[in-house]
Design a protein around this ligand. Structure first.
Ligand SMILES: Cc1cc2nc3c(=O)[nH]c(=O)nc-3n(C[C@H](O)[C@H](O)[C@H](O)COP(=O)(O)OP(=O)(O)OC[C@H]3O[C@@H](n4cnc5c(N)ncnc54)[C@H](O)[C@@H]3O)c2cc1C
Length: 457
């Protein structure tokens, strides 16, 4: 007989939130306001025992089950309609071991929690470009950020995970224990179980050289043509992603540039000020920049700079691809579509994923596109639901124009619900091995609210 909600209540220390509860509407909200899903039950876990109880309840009642970390997923994969949400947002805590240079991070943390805990030790874990993103979802998909060229993807600094599997078993996965599972979770997303904590290697990163160089849109083609070569040989201490953006009316920017559509590079240098200046000057001296403002900043400030611009509750529509090169024709398409940003928040970012991220083999982790030089993400963003159509159309037509020049698949964390073909194109020859591991650890595909890997038949 299926387990009753009263049985679950007796085994559960966190909150169980149902549609009739006052907290329900707030609890079912995710970061992207375009997603409006109504689960039957939200199980807000406070510890591993709660996660085990929730997995058992979901399995016994054959419920569609989603796992929620930071709730940031563009496609809303941290929530589902009519099913169970295993919500880890209350499972906080970071334990730094300065001697071993490791950090043990509970699955409900966001990156700001990690930065807060590691910075006093002069350390950081390679993360993303915004502090409010969940550690769990970002890590399990790969993790691209300001430190990727220097220290690799987030998964390249992942040492071990604790997990609850579909059958309720608690396991640890690392290179020595359950090594197949550890290979799979480094890029394979939430397909294999609920990760309850992560152990990361930390790196000596404290104050970095941070800031943008902005150019007028008319110089975008010239900037991109220099950038595609520059980033191939730039020292790995230098990270800088290219963007089309509208300069927001924030006090950190000169007033005459407010609301101006531009292209730019956002720099993060982990060398000294003099080293960063020297390494970036070939790029910053291209054309006539409108603003060139690199200066020292604590890493947690860098990581949270965009948090205010992108609060939860905006409308988001995403498309992404990987690129091994940028041809003149692709650059022409970028300039055409990047010059038509539909709102102040909408943007296109080209993240460099070479350097240390390329030194890991394409079959060494589930994340496959190690030869890609750029991860492109196009995001239509606007606070007003009435503009959802406009931002979606812009995003899709930009993506359609660039996709023919891409390497095929995308970074799974930048994808929405785009179907099985896209998932397979993103994992390429790793997909078959992932499907075999999925069959071993989740043969019924219990965890399927994700970029889904079907169990091998
Ligand atoms: C504003 C913004 C900025 C972003 N910036 C970056 C960036 O700089 N770099 C980058 O790499 N990505 C970035 N992303 C993408 C981000 O990595 C993904 O959206 C990721 O899924 C978010 O993780 P989450 O835990 O917040 O998401 P959630 O929506 O909570 O979960 C997403 C998926 O992750 C899985 N998952 C979550 N927690 C667990 C767990 N504990 N165990 C197993 N599976 C779990 C589940 O399958 C779930 O479906 C950004 C997203 C946004 C919205």
């Amino acid at each position: 007989m299926a387990e009753s909600i009263d049985q679950l209540k007796s085994a559960f220390r966190g909150e169980l939130i149902q549609p009739t509860d006052g907290a329900y509407d707030q609890a079912r909200k995710v970061y992207n306001a375009m997603i409006d899903k109504r689960p039957k039950l939200i199980a807000r876990c406070v510890d591993v025992a709660d996660v085990m109880a929730a997995v058992r309840y979901g399995r016994e009642n054959a419920m569609l089950t989603a796992i929620r970390g930071g709730g940031h997923n563009g496609g809303g994969l941290g929530i589902c309609d009519g099913g169970l949400v295993i919500d880890l947002s209350q499972m906080k805590g970071v334990r730094v071991d300065p001697a071993a240079r490791t950090a043990r991070v509970a699955a409900g943390c966001v990156w700001g929690d990690v930065d807060h805990a590691t910075h006093p030790f002069g350390m950081a874990v390679p993360c993303g470009f915004i502090a409010t993103t969940g550690v769990a979802g970002l890590t399990l998909g790969g993790g691209i950020g300001y430190l990727s060229r220097r220290y690799g993807l987030t998964i390249d600094s992942l040492l071990s995970v604790d997990m609850v599997l579909a059958d309720g078993r608690f396991v640890t996965a690392n290179t020595k224990e359950n090594a197949d599972l550890f290979w799979a979770v480094r890029g394979g997303g939430g397909n294999f179980g609920v990760v309850t904590s992560f152990e990361f290697r930390m790196h000596a990163v404290s104050t970095v050289q941070f800031g943008p160089t902005f150019w007028p849109l008319e110089q975008a083609a010239e900037v991109l043509k220099v950038y595609r070569k520059f980033i191939l040989t730039a020292p790995e201490e230098v990270d800088g992603f290219f963007a089309f953006l509208v300069i927001p009316p924030a006090p950190m920017f000169p007033e005459h540039l407010h609301m101006k559509a531009v292209c730019g590079i956002v720099w993060c240098g982990t060398g000294t000020a003099a080293e960063t200046d020297k390494a970036t000057s070939p790029m910053r001296s291209v054309g006539k920049p409108l603003l060139d403002a690199i200066g020292p900043a604590p890493f947690p400030v860098v990581q949270s700079t965009f948090d205010g611009l992108y609060p939860p509750g905006l409308q988001w529509y995403w498309r992404a691809d990987n690129f091994t090169e940028l041809s003149d024709a692709a650059i022409a398409k970028h300039v055409e579509h990047g010059s038509k940003l539909p709102s102040m928040w909408s943007t296109m970012h080209l993240y460099p994923v070479n350097g240390a991220a390329q030194r890991v083999g394409k079959n060494d982790t589930a994340y496959s596109f190690r030869e890609a030089v750029f991860a492109e993400v196009i995001v239509g963003v606007d606070p007003d639901p009435a503009n959802a159509g406009k931002i979606t159309e812009w995003c899709k037509s930009y993506y359609d124009a660039l996709h023919p020049y891409s390497a095929g698949g995308a970074y799974v964390n930048f994808m929405m619900d785009e179907g099985q073909e896209r998932v397979q194109a993103s994992f390429r020859d790793n997909y078959a091995r992932l499907a075999t591991i999925k069959k071993k650890y989740d043969p019924t595909n219990f965890f399927r609210v994700n970029q889904n890997i079907k169990p091998a038949t």
